[in-house]
Design a protein around this ligand. Structure first.
Ligand code: NAD
Length: 446
């Protein structure tokens, strides 16, 4: 699906016309391009303390142009606000207002990133107030940004230092074009686990990954991005999608396996395929999913049952088999597709929301089983993504849905895929049991 309106307001005379008429003008987002710099200008690091110094050093080691004070009128690629030492709400004023003064100089596609501690782990009410206040401020900044810029936060669990590998991985992801459609979100780094890649452009080198539902849409995009990032990829889909599946496999030099994931032996067949071809399996992406929308008053058993069977029951069964298998690496990573519907609910989607809410519950409860072995499991919750699934939405509803986010447009399958590849990397091992929304800060439920 293409968003014609997005093109019109960004080209030729219709751009000028839309400006004059004061119409919403979604920006063309800055997406990842290995040939382009990590950020489109210098990075301003605000805040005091050890973490601010450590993160400045990290940015310098990535050859970034780092500023500790703003220079008026200088275009900035990103603003990093380090607030992990905030002990009371009054501590927020100085760095936050300094960030505000610099916002006008943020380049199109620029980034604002906060670094803070979890309110739930605060020692006293004042610290909790400060920490929770950062949440509100960051989400408000994300609503205020224009020109395809985004604002997100990294939350360091108590005891986790800014030098932890997953802080570096999260920061790099959030600064880069890989997070183009992620805004108003927080990524919690819960531990010091993780190892940095030798090459940031091949973070999945040597890994074997499986992607379910990979014949088209988001699944095909995930398979391509995991391959680009160095993994060998097994693509899985139902036999009816066999031809499309083979095309995806060929394109990425991977292998195709036709299997319906609701089958009792689905995980066993995937493990046998991985064992035979590669000897191990490191990454599992539960992407296959279906919708069977109906208002609950008109819902029948078949619609309810099929959505639960594909979207969540199959994943629960597969995870059990995976965790009991020697083929699935001890440091295995699982990423599962949830949806903003599973968080906020959606009219006509009680069945789908039950399944996607279920994914979030499953991920949170499975994370402690994987942590001791160095593994991880996370969910990605897309908002409105331009795929065949959303092309089936009636035209007017689709237009409205696209504009209902801070970025005023739908995301692309690649945006979901980039977030998944980040979570599937060993550098992100300290991120476990989390839900990352890829929704452009959807106004509904995000
Ligand atoms: P899609 O319908 O374009 O593709 C889904 C793929 O899964 C298809 O190739 C299909 O054949 C496969 N599949 C379905 N049932 C299967 C089964 N039993 N076994 C194996 N494969 C099966 O969907 P999409 O838009 O690419 O969505 C991918 C995932 O992202 C889904 O889990 C979906 O719920 C989720 N999601 C999508 C959006 C969006 O806006 N498109 C938003 C939120 C969440």
């Amino acid at each position: 699906m293409t968003d014609t309106y997005l093109k019109l307001v960004n080209t030729g005379f219709t751009r000028d016309l839309s400006k004059k008429l004061g119409l919403p003008r979604p920006a063309i987002l800055r997406r990842f391009d290995p040939a382009k710099p990590l950020v489109p200008g210098p990075v301003l690091v605000l805040g005091k303390g050890e973490s601010a110094d450590d993160l400045s050093q990290l940015l310098l080691s990535w050859d970034q142009d780092v500023r500790r004070h703003a220079t008026p009128k200088e275009k900035l690629g990103a603003i990093l606000i380090v607030l992990d030492e905030a002990a009371a709400p009054t501590d927020l004023a100085e760095p936050t207002l300094a960030a505000g003064a610099a916002l006008r100089d943020l380049a199109p596609g620029g980034r604002v990133v906060t670094v803070s501690r979890p309110a739930a782990e605060a020692q006293d009410p004042a610290a909790a107030a400060a920490r929770q206040g950062i949440d509100g401020t960051l989400r408000s900044i994300a609503h205020e940004l224009r020109g395809g810029a985004t604002a997100n936060g990294i939350v360091l669990a108590n005891g986790v230092r800014a030098t932890a590998p997953s802080v570096a991985a999260a920061l790099r992801f959030l600064l880069s074009g890989k997070s183009a459609y992620v805004s108003g979100q927080f990524i919690t780094v819960g531990s010091d686990a993780g190892t940095l890649p030798e090459d940031w452009n091949a973070p999945l080198a040597g890994k074997v990954a499986v992607v379910t539902g990979a014949a088209r849409g988001i699944g095909a995009a995930i398979a391509k991005v995991l391959h680009r990032d160095g993994a060998k990829v097994i693509v899985v889909d139902v036999p009816a999608a066999g031809e499309q599946l083979a095309r995806v496999a060929n394109e990425i030099n991977g292998t195709a396996l036709q299997v319906d994931i609701t089958r009792e032996d689905a995980a066993g067949r995937i493990l046998a395929h991985a064992a035979e071809r590669y000897g191990h399996l490191d990454i599992v992406i539960h992407n296959a999913g279906i919708t069977r929308d109906k208002l609950l008053a008109n819902m029948d058993e078949a619609r309810w049952g099929s959505v639960i069977a594909v979207n969540i029951a199959s994943q629960l069964r597969m995870n059990e088999t995976l965790l009991a298998s020697d083929i699935f690496s001890r440091e295995g990573r699982i990423v599962s597709l949830a949806s903003t519907s599973g968080i906020a609910g959606n009219r006509g989607q009680t069945n789908y929301a039950a399944s996607k809410g279920g994914v979030i519950g499953m991920v949170r409860a499975t994370a402690p089983l994987l942590a001791p072995r160095g593994g991880s499991i996370n969910a990605v919750a897309p908002g409105f993504i331009e795929t065949d699934m959303t092309a089936a939405i009636p035209a007017l509803t689709r237009q409205v849905a696209r504009r209902l986010s801070s970025l005023q447009q739908g995301g692309l399958p690649v945006d979901v895929a980039e977030t998944i590849s980040f979570l599937a990397s060993d550098a992100a091992a300290g991120v476990n049991g989390q839900v990352v929304r890829v929704c452009g800060q959807n106004m509904v439920g995000a």
